[in-house]
Design a protein around this ligand. Sequence first.
Ligand SMILES: Cc1cc2nc3c(=O)[nH]c(=O)nc-3n(C[C@H](O)[C@H](O)[C@H](O)COP(=O)(O)OP(=O)(O)OC[C@H]3O[C@@H](n4cnc5c(N)ncnc54)[C@H](O)[C@@H]3O)c2cc1C
Length: 348
Amino acid sequence: MFEDLELYDVTIIGGGPAGMYTAFYSGMRDLKTKVIEFNPELGGRIHYYPEKIIWDVGGLTPVTGAQLMQQLIQQAQTFEPDLVFNQQITGLERLDNGNFILTAATGERHYTKTAILCMGYGVPKMAKLEIEGADRYEVTNLHYTVQELEIFRGRRVVISGGGNSAVDWANALEPIAASVTVVHRREEFGGHERHVAQMRQSRVDVCTLCGIAELHGCGSCIEEVTIAHLETGESIRLPVDDVIVNHGMRADLDALKQWGLEMNEGHVVVDEKMESNIPGIFAAGDLAQYPNKVRLIAGSFTDGINAVNNAKLRIDPKADKVGYVSSHNERFKERNKALGLVGDEQKI
Ligand SMILES: Cc1cc2nc3c(=O)[nH]c(=O)nc-3n(C[C@H](O)[C@H](O)[C@H](O)COP(=O)(O)OP(=O)(O)OC[C@H]3O[C@@H](n4cnc5c(N)ncnc54)[C@H](O)[C@@H]3O)c2cc1C
C-alpha cells in the first residue's frame, strides 16, 4: 500500500554537495522535492575537511570547507524542500504506475515520481589501519579525519596514506606541527601533482614503499610507531604524538546492486540525461559514472542541473528542456526585492 504516502516529484538520496545543489535546482524548476540523508545534517563529505581551504569551486574566492558547506546548506533550502535525516535508503521498488517506493533501514517509506541518487560513495566507511588493537587508540591520538588543525600544533605527527587527503593534511600541518612524517606504500602519490611537489620540497619527511607495521602505546595513547620498508623489511621506531590515517573510504553501496542498477566500479552508469538503466532513476555527483566524469564539487553541480531538467521532462514532457537562468525565473523576483537587489537582472 502506498496511497497513504505523500507523492513527491523528485526525491534526492544524499545531502552532500550534489544533493544540496540538486535540491536547490529542483525547487527552481517548481518540482516538489524531498532530500533524504543518512546523517543528522546536510554536508556530505565536506564534513571531513571543515578547515581545508577550497580554491577550485567556480566563482568563489578561497573558502573553508565549513564556509562552503554553510552556503550550500542555505542555498539548498531556498525553495524549502522537505528534509529527512537519519535514514539510510536501502530499498527501491518500481510500481506498475511508474512511480517508486524508497524504503529506509528504519522501515520508513517514501513515494516519488523520480529519484536522483546523490549518494557519493554511499554511507562512508573509513578504511581502518589494519593493525590489531589499533581501534583502542581511536579515542585518543589515532585519527581518521582532521577536524581542527590547531590540536596538532607543536606535535610530532605521522600520516599514513598517499592520496589527496594525506598530501593535503601534510601540507596543512607542516607549518604548525613539530614534525610531519608521511608513510606511503607506493613510490608515487595520488594527490594533485602541485601539492605533492609542495610536500616533497617542504620539511615533511616522506617515507615511500613503507607502511606502519606496529603501534607502541602506554595503553591509552600511541607513543611510538614502527615504520617498515615493504621491500627490504628494514624498520625504524619513531616517537609520535599523533597518527593520522588516510587510507580512503570503502564504498558501502551493496543495496544499489540489488536495485537492478547498472554499476561500474562502485558508480552508477548514467546516460547523457544522467538517467540510469532504470527509467526515472537519475544519479549526480561522485556516484555518477559517464565518460570524462569530474569527481569534484564543481562537477556535481552540472550533474544535478542535468538530472533535474530530465526528471522534469519525464514528469511533464511539454516542459522546457532547461530551466530559465535566475533573472528570468519568476520565483526569484520577490526574493530579489527582499534582498534589495532589483537592478540590471530585471533587464537581462
Ligand atoms: C579530504 C577531501 C578533500 C577534498 N577536497 C576537495 C576540493 O578541494 N575541491 C573539490 O571540488 N572536491 C574536493 N573533495 C571531493 C568532494 O568532497 C566530493 O567530490 C563531493 O563531496 C562529492 O559530493 P557528493 O554529494 O556526490 O557525495 P558526498 O559528499 O559523499 O555526499 C553523499 C551523501 O549521501 C549520503 N548517503 C549515502 N548513501 C545514502 C543512503 N543510502 N541513504 C541516505 N543517505 C545516503 C551520505 O551520508 C553523504 O552525506 C575532497 C574530498 C575529500 C575526502
